[in-house]
Design a protein around this ligand. Structure first.
Ligand SMILES: NC(=O)c1ccc[n+]([C@@H]2O[C@H](COP(=O)([O-])OP(=O)(O)OC[C@H]3O[C@@H](n4cnc5c(N)ncnc54)[C@H](O)[C@@H]3O)[C@@H](O)[C@H]2O)c1
Length: 271
């Protein structure tokens, strides 16, 4: 008995880039569970096939399309393949991305260019080549996965700059696409439990990070998928141009330490 039931996304066509990765796989699976036809897109076909196998096992519908978001021709080919197969694109989730940890002085120029081309350029290219199909169809929904690191002073300059570019373009692209009934939003995950963070979480470093998160836990891939699905559902019909942190409150909380927290500035004041 398949687990797929009719749901919010019945008969919708949803492209998820980077769908072979931890977060992309979870998002793809959630769409499939809610009835969408999922385009499992990744530069790495083996990883994409693994995602498809998970969806197949639950009775969902998906199509693997290998595409490199750095390459315009490859992105255009993905759009053509989806239109040939399913005739429309209702949803695009710009999730493909690569990480980087180097400081300014350590960052190699090739790495800067690569991060900008994949993380920021990938969102640009996929949005640019998918949006015309949505315009033709009378509307659509696009969600970008940026990062908390693009909002606050944390992480590598290259990664922060690339994710910051996505955040910066969100309101203006939303303004351009809004009259075409395309909602354009960006989410900014903080620390999510993925293969990237699992080791850290199991070490003492993870505890130090958790102390800085008001909700006292890392996020998980399901937290991410739920927000993405909400933003592409009818419930979010009036939300566009939004940049939404998904970080357990971390980005708006500055911990100056125990001494500061317990310091009473009023105790020595006269009168
Ligand atoms: N893991 C976290 O804590 C976290 C936090 C904030 C933001 N993010 C963002 O979420 C997204 C997914 O992260 P993840 O942890 O699942 O990473 P991941 O490495 O598990 O998955 C990324 C996927 O993108 C694919 N990819 C890489 N370059 C590509 C290209 N040029 N074209 C197409 N696909 C490409 C990879 O093959 C991989 O399958 C990324 O954009 C990442 O920056 C992750």
């Amino acid at each position: 008995m398949p687990e797929v039931a009719s749901g919010r996304f019945q008969d919708k066509v949803a492209i998820v880039t980077g769908a072979g990765g931890d977060i992309g796989r979870e998002i793809s699976l959630h769409y499939a569970r809610e009835g969408a036809k999922v385009v499992v897109s990744d530069v790495n076909p083996a990883a994409a096939e693994e995602t498809k196998a998970v969806i197949d096992a639950e009775g969902g519908e998906s199509l693997v399309v290998q595409a490199n978001v750095m390459d315009s021709e490859s992105v255009k080919g993905m759009v053509e393949t989806v239109i040939d197969a399913w005739g429309k694109i209702d949803i695009l989730v710009n999730n493909a991305g690569i990480g980087e940890r180097s400081s300014l002085l350590e960052t190699r120029e090739e790495m800067w260019d690569l991060i900008m081309a994949v993380d920021a350029g990938g969102v640009f290219r996929c949005s640019k080549y998918v949006a015309p199909e949505m315009i033709k169809a009378g509307g659509g929904r696009i969600v970008n996965i940026a990062s908390l690191m693009g909002m606050i002073g944390m992480g590598a300059p290259s990664y922060t700059a690339a994710k910051g570019a996505i955040i910066a373009m969100t309101p203006i692209v939303a303004a351009e696409l809004g009259p075409h009934k395309i909602n354009y939003n960006t989410i900014c995950p903080g620390f999510i439990v993925t293969k990237l963070n699992r080791d850290m979480l199991e070490s003492g470093v993870g505890d130090q990070v958790i102390d800085k998160i008001p909700l006292r836990r890392f996020g998980n891939t399901a937290d991410t998928a739920r927000l993405v699905l909400f933003l592409t559902s009818d419930d979010a019909d009036y939300i566009t141009g939004a940049v939404i942190p998904l970080d357990g409150g971390m980005g708006r909380f500055l911990d100056l330490g125990e001494d500061y927290r317990t310091y009473d500035p009023f105790k020595n004041l006269q009168g």
